[in-house]
Ligand binder design. Structure first.
Ligand code: GAP
Length: 588
């Protein structure tokens, strides 16, 4: 769940256009009034002037270069650019879409196909509005806003000491003498209406996270996948948040994708009843196999390690990442621990993914609000419970009772009713019944794409065809995520025999990987184009391919090509027949 603390602070260099945009946002978001004062055309024109500059952090030279490269090479464009763009929305171009697909496929593969204990889900974006009531989003998914009656600006209440006053930019909003309203909660969910009638009864929301669908479908997946706790449900999909200040390129967008796993585990009391004790977490850096005696702490630590290993496997070294363990006072009331995995972006070290131990809060909420049971039956627990000594039964039962009572009391339930229900829940342990707890690794696809691009971006010196050093821009993606795996090139475009052979090589590689065929321009220029696209290998078909190698140990051998490596420009000679076996292990 989003927390206020996790919102980054704006920089002090606010341009005229940023200030203008705040004005426009204010006019637009004071919705009813906006209908009279700002027409849809006005909005488009104002947005056209302001959004482009807002989106790009001019104060960060590296980010400026990255944003420009992303557009120039077709990774990321501003959404609706021909109409001036729309703030917080981004489109992925030909290279961006490949990068994104690779990342999502790798996540899906690691989280589901490579494991026996995770099943997948693909749920709708619009769901029953009660889901968002039960999850707490309708009431608490808000940012605090204040309005200034003097300048008509609207600001995040927790950022007023960081934002210059639109009328007196030498002062921050908190220091200026404008007349401010008290902070008001601004809900970040996008609203829509389902069906032709637009009244309160038809309000629905675009989901602000994919997680809730997993909780809502928990019972269906459990019954149809033949899984048993501990097991997980994974989902990748779009989420929408009407962020007050979308910023840092795609980092904080209004439409984005998430990759979320809800991993359901037994409550510690159940583990202890079955295994006799709770095993603690494995030492940091180790990659242990899950154990039946693991309590929530061991599972939580396990998922933190698994997720860091995933990032390492796609090229983000541990040195580029940080673990931030939220302090007890920062945790949501239902969370037992939350770790944010941070990446060192050029604009600061920021969250890539959060891994939260969320207790049984979500399933309990949906059980309470829907009236449907979210409990599971565990034969092993029933068997183990009957063999426990009475004192142990009492101790575990009391611990479970207290945890349930704590949850039920917080819901505002009448004290006597809460006690009765908590007692009933605790007695259900003897029947093998409990509500699972959950560990939630929740990652943002778009943030990860941005992290991968920032991590890959480099400039170095490389000799051109005449041996003169020139600066080159290169994206050093891990081959697993690179949008194009190999560029295939005939040395010359006007030699049909070279072109024919190059097309044969392209067709040989295509079933195994994304190949880009390029015969336009000098070979050095073609290499540079692939460097900028992050293509790890180029294969060149030259006259020696056709006529045989002129000298050296392979002298006279035909059907060989040069394989050129992106990162250092090194070249190897290799038989065409060896290419697939050579390249495939490097890109998988
Ligand atoms: N279900 C838990 C949840 O949604 P979150 O910390 O709000 O937790 C999880 O979001 C991840 O989703 C974040 O770590 C981030 O990678 C991504 N994310 C959240 N808001 C985003 C936004 N406005 N733009 C891009 N990515 C976002």
């Amino acid at each position: 769940m989003r927390k206020l603390e996790d919102c980054e602070q704006p920089t002090r260099t606010v341009t005229f256009f940023k200030r203008k945009l705040q004005d426009v946002i204010h006019k637009i978001s004071t919705s009813d009034a906006a209908a009279g004062t700002v027409t849809s055309v006005d909005r488009t024109v104002c947005m056209a002037k302001t959004v482009r500059l807002m989106a790009e952090p001019k104060e960060n030279v590296v980010m400026e270069k990255i944003v420009s490269l992303c557009k120039r090479r077709g990774f990321i464009y501003q959404s609706s650019e021909i109409y001036g763009g729309i703030n917080g929305f981004w489109d992925y171009g030909p290279l961006g879409v490949e990068l994104k697909r690779n990342v999502k496929e790798l996540w899906w593969n690691v989280m589901t196909h490579q494991r026996d204990d995770v099943a997948g889900l693909d749920a709708t974006i619009i769901m029953h509005p009660q889901i968002w009531k039960a999850s707490g989003h309708v009431d608490t998914f808000t940012d605090p806003m204040i309005d200034c009656k003097t300048c008509k600006g609207r600001f995040r209440a927790d950022q007023t000491s960081e934002i210059p006053c639109p009328q007196k930019p030498s002062k921050m909003v908190s220091e200026c003498h404008g007349e401010k309203t008290a902070p008001r909660a601004f809900n970040l969910m996008f609203q829509t209406h389902v069906g032709p009638v637009q009244d309160d009864s038809t309000i629905a929301y675009l989901r602000p996270e994919t997680a809730q669908a997993i909780f809502a479908q928990f019972k269906n997946v459990l019954e149809t996948s033949r899984q048993k706790v501990p097991f997980g449900i994974a989902q990748i999909g779009k989420a929408f948040r009407n962020e007050v200040t979308p910023r840092n390129f795609t980092f904080r967008s209004r439409e984005f994708e998430q990759m979320e796993l809800e991993f359901f585990i037994k409550p510690d009391e159940v583990v202890e009843a079955i295994s006799g004790r709770i095993e603690g977490p494995a030492p940091a850096g180790s990659s242990p196999e899950p154990q039946p005696g693991w309590g929530w702490e061991a599972w939580h630590k396990y998922w933190v390690e698994e997720r860091i290993r995933f990032y390492e496997g796609i090229g983000l070294s541990r040195a580029t990442l940080e673990e931030y363990w939220q302090k007890p006072e920062e945790l949501a009331h239902y969370a037992r621990a939350t770790v944010d995995i941070l990446f060192k972006f050029p604009f600061g070290t920021q969250e890539l993914e959060g891994i939260a131990a969320r207790s049984d809060f979500d399933l309990s909420q949906h059980a309470r609000c829907s009236g449907k049971s979210m409990g599971v039956f565990d034969d092993e627990l029933r068997g183990a419970w009957s063999k426990l000594e009475e004192s142990k039964k009492k101790e575990l039962g009391e611990r479970y009772y207290k945890a349930r009572l704590n949850y039920l009391t917080r819901t505002g339930m009448d004290a006597a009713e809460a006690e009765k229900q908590a007692r009933g829940d605790s007695e259900n342990l003897a029947k093998g019944q409990y509500i699972p707890h959950v560990i939630e690794p929740s990652a943002g696809v778009d943030r990860l794409i941005l992290a991968l691009i920032c991590n890959a971006y480099s400039e170095d010196q490389m000799p051109d065809e005449k041996g003169k050093l020139e600066t080159r821009v290169v994206l050093k993606f891990h081959p697993r995520v690179a949008p194009i795996k190999v560029g295939v090139m005939p040395l010359l475009k006007n030699k049909p025999e070279l072109v024919r052979k190059a097309l044969e090589v392209r067709d040989l590689l295509r079933p195994h990987m994304n190949v880009f065929y390029d015969d336009a321009g000098a070979i050095g220029r073609r290499y540079r184009r692939q460097d900028e696209a992050g293509t790890p290998f180029c294969v060149t078909i030259d006259f020696e391919t056709l006529e045989g190698i002129k000298e050296g140990p392979l002298s006279g051998r035909k059907d060989t090509v040069t394989v050129r490596y992106r990162d250092d420009g090194r070249q190897d000679r290799m038989a065409i027949t060896e290419l697939v076996d050579f390249l495939v292990p490097k890109i998988r």
